[in-house]
Design a protein around this ligand. Structure first.
Ligand code: HEC
Ligand SMILES: [Cu+2]
Length: 351
């Protein structure tokens, strides 16, 4: 019994592991639960390749089992050597042609999907939404072309509509990846801009991540795509266009914070439609689902970030200790009231 257990120990271990690990994962970042155009294409490719692999596996295993049973050594025939065969033209042609056919079945839809993912036809049409995506160490910027809307970290799109992305980077190569709704596309520095189309079939907040190792905080380079109804999106566009970057906050503390922010932070940050600077655009900051892509949006976390961004995202481009903790508290008060629209991640029904 013990020997038997010993032999199968690894099997038990991996069996248990696969059961436990199958409980991991978050719905809104799973390529196995496609809810958009690109991810659906990719999921279909996965199904085709699994089907082909299963087909090969089952047939090979069947022949293997048959041969083991049928041709095993029999009692009293220990010295028997069967007839030796070398080469069989018919068989060899068969087992060369079958894999070629299988690879073609796999290759044709894969190449097709590769082009479909990057397909940007329709981007010139009336009413098309064109967004320029910029990857930066370690944050994302989105520029809605022709709309004078500039946002960072949260990408708002209407559901059920193909939006068109052109992608670039200000430093190293990053990769834009929203597993639940989209494929994955590199953002390159220089003029080599990639294109991609994006569509979510359901309202919701979808998690995105950088998928190209780009520095010490690569794994913290998160962002979100927020798909809302067409009406909410129109409202959002309207609100974003009418942001007054100099609007005075109501409370005295926030007003002091505003002055501190204008003096210490505006060299890199912007509010309103200004194009991307060295740091993220702060428009609608109060409605961000995360601070810097990763922290829960509490005042405490915000103050921590403002004073010590390097401790939270090593190697990021925002200097530490620009202001002291007292000043950071006031700035936080100001930033957390930058509520420029009623369309928020909550308006996209949680999926
Ligand atoms: C030298 C340029 C620079 C200055 C000056 C600067 N920042 Fe930043 N800031 C950045 C960069 C770059 C990031 C993005 C960091 C990252 O996520 O990798 C950032 C990110 C942030 C974020 C998170 C934004 C988001 O979208 O979630 C906040 C909040 C912030 N900065 C506040 C401040 C405040 C307050 C000041 C002034 C005290 C300030 N910054 C000064 C460059 C700067
Ligand atoms: Cu990156």
């Amino acid at each position: 019994m013990k020997g038997w257990m010993g032999k199968f120990r690894m099997l038990f271990l991996f069996g248990a592991l696969s059961l436990i690990l199958s409980g991991c994962g978050v719905d809104n970042i799973s390529a196995l639960k496609p809810e958009g155009y690109g991810s659906e294409l990719l999921f279909d490719l996965m199904l085709i390749s699994i089907a082909i692999m299963l087909f090969v596996f089952v047939i090979v295993m069947a022949i293997y089992t048959f041969v083991i049973i049928r041709y095993r050594q029999k009692k009293g025939q220990e010295d028997y050597i069967p007839k030796q065969t070398e080469g069989n033209k018919a068989l060899e042609i068969i087992w060369t042609v079958i894999p070629i056919i299988l690879l073609l079945v796999l290759a044709v839809p894969t190449v097709q999907a590769t082009f479909d993912l990057a397909d940007n036809s329709g981007s010139e049409e009336e009413g098309a939404i064109n967004i320029e995506v910029t990857g930066n160490q370690y944050w994302w910027h989105f520029n809605y072309k022709g709309q004078e809307i500039s946002t960072s970290q949260d990408l708002y799109i209407p559901k059920d509509k193909r939006v068109h992305l052109t992608m670039k980077s200000t430093d190293v190569i990053h990769s834009f990846w929203v597993p639940s709704i989209a494929g994955k596309m590199d953002t390159n520095p220089g003029d080599n801009q990639n294109t991609m189309s994006l569509e979510a079939y359901e309202e919701g907040e979808y998690l995105g991540q950088c998928a190209e190792l780009c520095g010490p905080s690569h794994s913290l380079m998160d962002f979100r795509v927020i798909a809302v109804s067409q009406e909410e999106f129109d409202q959002w566009v309207e609100d974003m266009k009418n942001v007054d970057p100099e609007a005075q906050p109501e409370s005295d503390v926030a007003r002091e914070g505003q002055e501190l922010f204008n003096n210490n932070c505006m060299s890199c940050h912007a509010i309103g439609s200004a194009p991307a600077g060295v740091g993220p655009n702060m428009t609608n900051f109060a409605n961000r689902s995360k601070i810097a892509g990763i922290l829960d949006p509490t005042k405490e976390n915000l103050v921590d970030w403002i004073v010590h961004p390097d401790e939270i995202k090593p190697g990021n481009q925002m200097p530490s200790n620009l202001v002291n903790e007292d000043e950071a508290e006031k700035i936080a008060e100001y930033l957390l009231q930058l509520d420029h629209t009623d369309v928020t991640p909550e308006s996209a029904e949680q999926n």
